[in-house]
Design a protein around this ligand. Structure first.
Ligand SMILES: C[S@@+](CC[C@H](N)C(=O)[O-])C[C@H]1O[C@@H](n2cnc3c(N)ncnc32)[C@H](O)[C@@H]1O
Ligand code: SF4
Length: 396
């Protein structure tokens, strides 16, 4: 399986400006990996490589495995109340003014980011400030905005699509597949019309026990979509004992109870035959679909069964996130862990972001994770950020 980094030159070969921005982010992440600063007086703001903007908690879909709106999603009951806390565009703009000089890569997500009413002007502002702007969307609301998206020069769009039509719709909701394809067509039409190579279009597929046998059908269909990348995300999963251990740990070390990890205790990992999945992925990786394919994490073939059947076994370690990344939530709360926003570092409506990143709560988090075995908390074992940026454990 191909390593994540291997596709970067392929993706950006036609766009020097974008590749420079992306490489600067990767350079800072490399620095965080090899020279993490454990000193309390260090200015971590200088090393900021990637910032997640979680613009809204709202979503128009209910994908079964989703930690927010899936079977065990944490937002399902409270989204009505949470929407009231969404930041206005002016607050985001001030935040962007603060971070732009550090030139981090930015990643807009949600909920569904197209439900944030000012997504288009906000993304335009980010591009004007010189940022690499990537957006992760379910793609079902994209068609209508194609002209503006291309005009405003978004860098990349990662669209979630989990299988070919019926299986995808079983996971993500009836009609969602066709809406995404209409979105791809509209963006590609506009790219031609406006003679633009960006945004680059990518598919992100989450592997579950519902779709893993049918991944090749989606890969085949993707030949027609005129996309730039297809990424298979092996999925975030956990179990009762990992959740219990993480809860005990977070209460003891941070006096913080946790809600979010349990949402990934869905069981959609159960029954995945690692050998079969490996063969399917290997066949896909061997073929040329006209765009690069990657799997995250890129595992040693013999270890795919471990990933799903033995969630207790780490496959990546030494998380670098607290040294170079942060997630800002729809209400302004800052967290290191985008998918597990339990421990709050501060809020951008109350303090400058730089102070939050260098504050006691952030340093306490860094110090504690640094002292843990393998540089991970008990609940980090299949965290997507660590699968992308963690250190490969020998053999996995
Ligand atoms: C929570 S969604 C938010 C953005 C947007 N609504 C979307 O679906 O792309 C972010 C990404 O997480 C993926 N995702 C959902 N459930 C997941 C899981 N259990 N493990 C890993 N990724 C998951 C989604 O498919 C999507 O690519
Ligand atoms: S579209 Fe995204 S946020 Fe909405 S339910 Fe699906 S994965 Fe979750």
């Amino acid at each position: 399986m191909k390593e994540n980094i291997s596709v970067v030159p392929l993706l950006f070969k036609n766009n020097l400006k974008l590749s420079a921005k992306m490489f600067y982010g990767f350079f800072k992440m490399g620095k965080a990996r090899f020279f993490p600063k454990h000193d309390y007086n260090y200015d971590h703001f200088k090393d900021l490589a990637l910032v997640y903007f979680k613009l809204t908690p709202a979503c128009n879909l209910r994908c079964v495995m989703c930690g927010q709106f899936g079977d065990k999603g944490v937002m399902k009951e409270c989204v009505g109340e949470e929407i009231k806390k969404v930041l206005p565009m002016e607050t985001w703009k001030k935040f962007i003014d603060e971070i732009a000089p550090q030139r981090p890569v930015t990643y807009i997500w949600g909920g569904e980011p197209f439900l944030y009413k000012d997504l288009i002007p906000l993304a335009r502002y980010m591009v004007e400030k010189g940022l690499f702007v990537s957006v992760n969307t379910n793609g079902t609301l994209m068609e209508k905005y194609a002209e503006e998206i291309v005009r405003d020069k978004w860098s990349t769009i990662f669209v979630s699509l989990d299988a070919f039509r019926d299986v995808n719709d079983e996971m993500r909701g009836a009609g969602s597949y066709d809406k995404v394809i209409e979105g791809f067509k509209a963006i590609n039409r506009e790219k031609k019309k406006q003679k633009s190579k960006i945004p680059l279009l990518g598919i992100v597929t989450v592997v579950t026990n519902k779709n893993y046998l049918y991944l090749d059908a989606l890969a085949e269909a993707s030949r027609e979509y005129d996309i730039d990348l297809h990424m298979f995300n092996l999925g975030t999963y956990t179990n009762d004992s990992i959740v219990a251990e993480q809860r005990r740990f977070m209460l003891e070390k941070f006096d913080t109870d946790i809600d979010c990890l349990e949402a990934y205790n869905t069981g959609y990992n159960l029954g995945i035959d690692g050998k079969k999945l490996h063969d399917i992925l290997q066949n896909i990786h061997k073929k040329d679909y006209g765009h690069p394919m990657i799997t995250v994490p890129a595992l040693n073939p013999e270890k795919i069964h471990t990933y799903y059947a033995d969630l207790q076994t780490p496959v990546r370690n030494h998380c670098i996130v607290p040294w170079c990344q942060a997630n800002v939530n729809y209400n302004g709360d800052v967290h290191f862990c985008a998918d597990y926003p339990d421990y709050i570092l501060g809020n951008i409506t109350q303090k400058p972001f730089r102070e939050i990143l260098n504050g006691d709560r952030a340093n306490r988090f860094r110090k504690t994770i640094h002292q843990c075995d393998g540089g991970l908390f008990p609940g980090c074992l299949r965290c997507y950020q660590n699968m992308l940026f963690g250190n490969k454990i020998k053999g996995y």
